[in-house]
Design a protein around this ligand. Sequence first.
Ligand code: ATP
Ligand code: MG
Length: 586
Amino acid sequence: MAWTTIHKQPLPSESTPNLIDEEAMRTPFSWETARTELAGLPEGGLNIAYEAVDRQVQNGLGETIALRWLGKNGERREYSYAELASLSDRFANLLERLGIDKGDRICVLTGRIPELHISALGTLKAGAIFCPLFSAFGPEPLRTRLVKSRARLLVTTSALYQRKIQPQRAQLPDLEHVLLVDSSDGDGTHSLRALLEAESSQRPPPTTLPEDRALLHFTSGTTGTPKGAVHVHDAVTAHRLTGRWALDLRPGDIYWCTADPGWVTGVSYGIIAPLVNGVTLVVDEAEFNARRWYSILEQEKVNVWYTAPTAIRMLMKAGIDTARGYDLSALRFMASVGEPLNPEAVFWGLEALGRPFHDTWWQTETGAIMIANTRSQDIHPGSMGRPLPGIEAAIVRRRPEGGVDLLEPGEEGELALRVGWPSMFRDYLEDEAHYRQCFAADWYLSGDLATRDSDGYFWFLGRIDDVIKTSGHLIGPFEVENVLMEHPAVAETGMIGKPDEFAGQIVKVFVALKSGYAPSDALRRELLSFARTRLGPTVAPRELEFMSDLPKTRSGKIMRRLLRAQELGQSLGDLSTLENQEEQEP
Ligand code: ATP
Ligand code: MG
């Protein structure tokens, strides 16, 4: 594809990127050395929350604002590092008083409010496992997750409790305590505020070890039933370094991660990595709104912004004129994760916001960013970037008899990571067999299909499940979708393979149009011919269907498996993470 490389200009010295020479940092690199840069705890202990807040207080950042909360109705609340440290101590003391033991699961079901951050940090300090639950889930997905995690304690709001938990409390025998952030004691629930006030804000340092379990994250459910990935305290070693290198975070920065903490990004990069790097977090309670988002970037003087392709597509949909007139001069770095970032979106960033989006690749399972376009490196739009120092990535083919073959640059295969990075998941909850299938020799196999070029840049082709074979050619959705996204009428698109007697499968695309465009036969023909000219007849879509919206996960990923199941009249499978799903009463 003829996308131009975006060359990085040398930057003034006061703005030098944290990671300048990737190659020099790659060798010698050791995670042991990276770990020594953390405060640590006596006798080899390590604790994510202690690194995130207490250590910053010791380093003189006690009065620095750690969290700036923007309420949906215009309220503002700020918490310094010292305040977060003492509030999370109170929460940890409370858990102990309630008899919560190390390794017990604590679930938090709230919107984006500071009590979520305090509960997360306090849980980690107490040595319990923090498991966030996305607040828009209906009762059924919540029950499944609460049952599967065997949560003993839940922090939530009275509205969410009344609607989604209380009616099915009898089916949650492990759930002993429900703490409400906005209510006094009630029927089977307690007021979090009152309980915290009664606790001491003093507490000895945590006693966790690097390999103690710390986080439980359910995956997005894009390819099937969500899996519960378990991470350990040592993950903080990767959070700190990747925050520094991939997001260019530095103490004093104002940083905004738009991901909801109900998902891994919202915890790894919405709570841990930024706090461990001493920045001020901006947390917006409200839902997406293009003008609100630009105002936040301007008024809060955001320096580093981490968002997702689905949000960028919504900004693009709102139009470039909406972006005009905002002063974004404080913005130093913009990055994206979660789905492939179309080249179109990278260039749109340049045009509309004056800087490119930097794609980063990782998964719930990897716990932290693995592959990235860093601030100092040239961007090849459409590429995920290069592995960060400390990460060995390869393109491999599984051998049927076990093990893998490493493929050469230019060859297509499964993206694999050599095990040994600290934020790697240690388990799929109650699914040991599935966990083991993810590994071959000392490689973790990601389930994503990709290729690497001779400069070491990785290019995403699609999830292995979404790749199709037509007339002997393998086609990944990304290249087809990228081309359609270049057409001015296209807002979003998803590709599937449709069985065909002659070709095996043919390419079919689903297209949602930008406002101002209406589906018509003429537009269908125009889009098909637009794609054919650019992709050639083998790869070009043969069928195109208009949709008002594509099915997406609640974290914003296009669910091609649903497009495929609908097309083929198959069962739709697990729908727990489908966005706009009518909430079913249990
Ligand atoms: P499930 O595993 O339940 O199907 P999921 O894989 O979508 O859900 P996540 O762990 O949230 O759950 O997402 C990781 C996946 O998202 C990656 O495996 C990849 O397919 C996709 N992804 C993330 N970042 C990028 C990126 N920069 N480019 C392309 N794909 C990406
Ligand atoms: Mg996955």
